[in-house]
Design a protein around this ligand. Structure first.
Ligand SMILES: [Fe+2]
Length: 199
């Protein structure tokens, strides 16, 4: 089955000003982020919680933007609506999301997005307590994501620029699943995201 990637957001962002790009992105996330990420939070809540953790930890603007947009692949694929068991499938949402955003953001934003799934495989290799702390859904999806990294894979991973940011993003990603958390809204990130947009 072909994966359907929604072209509408990229179309809106192409040949637009930085402000229009952010407008398009935020409207899209508001509209399409209402579906559930997992059992407890929506896609939008998950993105906002992840970005809030980045901001609280004084991350760079590119990493805050990456945190906010790291799962955009899930939304443009609309895979959760197609099948509730999306966490068990591997549709490469991280590659698709990073690729989709590449014309609009620098690699400091898109690389941590692209690597946030292998980052989990890396952390399971290097941090024994990390695997134990994963949610059940995340443990399940690890299998389809390739399992724990080998030593060779780990070495290769460490050669990629921004890999540290991907690891940091991953840890926030795992924490950004708190039901009913009161959280800063999307508009809070407008200036930060706009500063990162390529224009
Ligand atoms: Fe995530």
């Amino acid at each position: 089955m072909e994966n359907y990637v929604d072209p509408s957001l990229a179309q809106e962002m192409t040949d637009a000003t930085a402000q229009q790009k952010v407008d398009a992105l935020f409207s899209y996330m508001e509209e399409r982020g209402q579906s559930f990420y997992d059992e407890v939070v929506t896609q939008l809540e998950h993105a906002l919680q992840c970005a809030a953790l980045a901001k609280q930890n004084n991350a760079s603007h590119t990493l805050i933007t990456g945190a906010l947009l790291h799962d955009i692949g899930h939304i443009i694929l609309d895979e959760h609506n197609a099948d509730k068991a999306f966490l068990d499938m591997d549709l490469n949402h991280e590659e698709i999301g990073a690729q989709y955003l590449k014309p609009f953001f620098p690699e400091a934003v898109t690389t941590p997005i692209r690597l946030h799934v292998p980052a989990k495989r890396y952390l399971c290799k290097t941090d024994a307590s990390y695997y134990d702390g994963l949610s059940e859904a995340s443990k399940r999806s690890l299998k389809v994501q390739g399992g724990i990294m080998s030593g060779e894979e780990r070495q290769a991973f460490e050669q990629i620029p921004h890999f540290q940011d991907a690891l940091t993003l991953r840890r926030w990603d795992d924490l950004a699943k708190v039901k009913g958390l009161k959280i800063a809204e999307l508009e809070t990130y407008r200036d930060i995201v706009q500063q990162c947009v390529i224009h």
